[in-house]
Design a protein around this ligand. Structure first.
Ligand SMILES: NC(=O)c1ccc[n+]([C@@H]2O[C@H](COP(=O)([O-])OP(=O)(O)OC[C@H]3O[C@@H](n4cnc5c(N)ncnc54)[C@H](O)[C@@H]3O)[C@@H](O)[C@H]2O)c1
Length: 286
């Protein structure tokens, strides 16, 4: 498979990340087969993509007349067999190993042998996912950031088995999306979460120990370190449950107690205070 022969991309899962990934591929001129298990998830994804394209038109990133062409390149499907036409595939189904295992096994059977299969997982080993398929050398991590249409970074993760050819094609393909690929080897949390989650965790410890309020912690990091968002604002945005899950992955995978999740984070999750999505986390949202 060469870079230039990639014209059609399958995106598996049309949730938060899948709709964004489909959006950026379609905007870059690729045909996209967007697959989810139920039509209502596809309808919701297309609605979100349409609204996000409007926002891009307003910002001048896209012309009004380009929008229908971008939407026309998206083909929503519930039938997995439809991904047979894809020249590249990205998996963005929920972060549960059993779901990933089933989806990857099914996709692996349908996709042509030369097609590269990428996973957008935030925390599962790319090496372990690659080993579940019959194409481990053509398996790679493609870690997009949320919100996908806005964020410049894609961590491109090389599994132990990934071939140079598959890795290089994925790096170049990422550039075609107008994103900046950064090469990373497979390790728990990759680089993004390996560095970000201890920051969020330490910020939570500062609150738990009464060192400072959430507002004060975030103000220090925004005004003193030039971070656009404070770590606790960001944690609320990501979801405190997701943060705790990723800290567990770092703790289990690296075995160092410095990655243990802050008890206050776990307590908030137990209370159902998950951040923005539940209207309350470190902050309250109307
Ligand atoms: N949300 C984030 O900020 C973020 C950031 C980076 C990476 N990720 C990763 O992206 C992946 C997806 O996360 P998300 O937040 O978009 O989840 P989500 O729950 O919003 O979306 C997942 C979608 O997959 C669909 N799905 C479930 N089973 C499926 C199947 N068998 N085939 C096809 N679709 C199926 C669900 O219906 C849902 O629409 C996860 O691996 C996550 O770790 C998430």
């Amino acid at each position: 498979m060469s870079l230039d022969s990639i014209k059609t991309v399958a995106v598996l899962g049309a949730g938060t990340m899948g709709n964004g990934i489909a959006h950026v591929f379609a905007r870059a001129g690729f045909n996209v087969i967007l697959r989810d298990v139920d039509q209502r998830y596809l309808d919701r994804a297309l609605d979100t993509i349409s609204k996000n394209l409007d926002r891009e038109v307003k910002k001048g990133k896209l012309t009004e007349s380009e929008k229908p062409a971008v939407l026309a390149r998206l083909k929503p499907v519930t039938d997995m067999a439809a991904i047979a036409a894809a020249d590249f595939a990205v998996e963005a189904v929920p972060e549960k190993l059993e779901i990933k295992r089933a989806v990857l096994a099914e996709a692996d059977k349908i996709l042509r042998p030369e097609v590269i299969l990428a996973s957008n997982t935030s925390s599962i080993s790319i090496t372990a996912l690659a080993a579940l398929t019959s194409r481990p050398d053509r398996f790679v991590g493609m870690h997009f950031m949320n919100p996908v249409p806005v964020m410049a970074l894609v961590e491109v993760i090389r599994a132990l088995q990934t071939s140079d050819a598959a890795f290089n094609i994925t790096m170049e393909l990422t550039k075609k999306l107008g994103k900046t690929p950064v090469a990373v080897n497979d390790a728990p949390g990759f680089v993004s979460n390996r560095v970000l989650m201890p920051l969020i965790n330490e910020a939570a410890y500062c609150v738990m120990e009464g060192v400072a309020t959430p507002e004060a912690v975030d103000a220090v990091m925004k005004l003193g370190m030039n971070h656009p968002m404070g770590p606790l604002e960001l944690a609320d945005f990501i979801g405190l449950d997701v943060c705790v899950d990723i800290l567990h992955v770092l703790h289990d995978g690296l075995g160092d107690p410095k990655y243990r999740a802050c008890p206050l984070l776990k307590k908030y999750v137990a209370a159902g205070w998950l951040g923005r999505k539940s209207s309350r986390g470190f902050y309250r949202y109307e």
